[in-house]
Write a protein that binds this ligand. Structure first.
Ligand code: 6PG
Length: 250
């Protein structure tokens, strides 16, 4: 049974990042209050950079020492590369907050063997969450974006990782980029306590209408990867600005 989903639309990008930062901190404080720690998987791409900068600027006193940061996906490049999601997060957030280095788990994408990097990261997840065989980690919060083709994390349409049901992290071959991406799989995304999508700008409007309102009767599997994010026992929140939500029927 797909989880209940909430779509929150705010006026503009600035409001989007403020509202997303408040939600990040709200979920964080609740998790730390309940469990003593806050586990988060960050998203990459361009959209969340402003959120990370805002968290650094407005929430420096947040309990970063109780916060554990992972990455939902990574490009197959070293952490110093301009394409690296880790580098983007490091420059916009990590270098500006007091978070212990051991609380940040970057994907070892510097490993030329993408599959080895993925299984290494899976081992890190298994150890950190003290998982039994067959168990998946339950993140308090997973941040996601959506690409114009409906992909999320690095789960692209027609890519091999879409149907992965036993591994947590895989090296996914993305033909259109002629490279691997290292990405969480749907079982990890759908095990989260909360998933927060952020989308901003008119260039996302068409795909958002298809992803959020598109019908796929008769098809067991939704056509777009972002539609397959349905936490089995968690909250699904879509945070949009007006430009991105412009084509939704409201
Ligand atoms: C990545 C992301 C990816 C991203 C979407 C949206 O590594 O690129 O994890 O899934 O969220 O491509 O990207 P933008 O935010 O740049 O539109």
């Amino acid at each position: 049974m797909p989880s209940a989903r909430t779509i929150e639309v705010v006026a503009n990008a600035a409001d989007l990042f403020h509202t997303a930062a408040e939600e990040f901190v709200r979920v964080g404080r609740a998790a730390i209050g309940a469990q003593g720690r806050f586990t988060v998987a960050l998203s990459g791409g361009s959209t969340p950079k402003a959120l990370y900068s805002l968290l650094a600027a407005n929430y420096a006193s947040f309990a970063w020492n109780r916060t554990f940061l992972f990455f939902g996906d990574e490009r197959h490049v070293p952490p110093t590369d301009a394409e690296s999601n880790y580098r983007m997060v490091n420059e916009s957030l990590l270098t500006k907050i007091a978070i212990p280095a051991e609380n940040v788990f970057h994907v070892p994408a510097e490993n030329p063997d993408a599959a080895a990097a993925a299984s290494d990261y899976e081992t890190q997840l298994r150890q950190f969450f003290e998982l039994q065989p067959g168990e998946f980690p339950r993140f308090d919060l997973i941040l996601l974006g959506m690409g114009p083709d409906g992909h999320t994390a690095s789960l692209f349409p027609d890519s091999p990782a879409l149907d992965e049901q036993s591994r947590m992290v895989v090296a996914n071959w993305v033909a259109k980029f002629n490279t691997h991406r290292i990405t969480f799989t749907f079982p990890v995304l759908n095990r989260a306590a909360e998933v927060m999508f952020m989308a901003s700008g008119a260039d996302k409007a068409d795909m958002l209408r298809q992803v959020l309102e598109g019908k796929f009767e008769g098809k067991t599997t939704p056509p777009f990867p972002s539609q397959r994010v349905q936490p089995s026992d968690g909250k699904l929140l879509w945070m949009l600005d007006e430009a991105a939500a412009a084509k939704l029927s409201r």
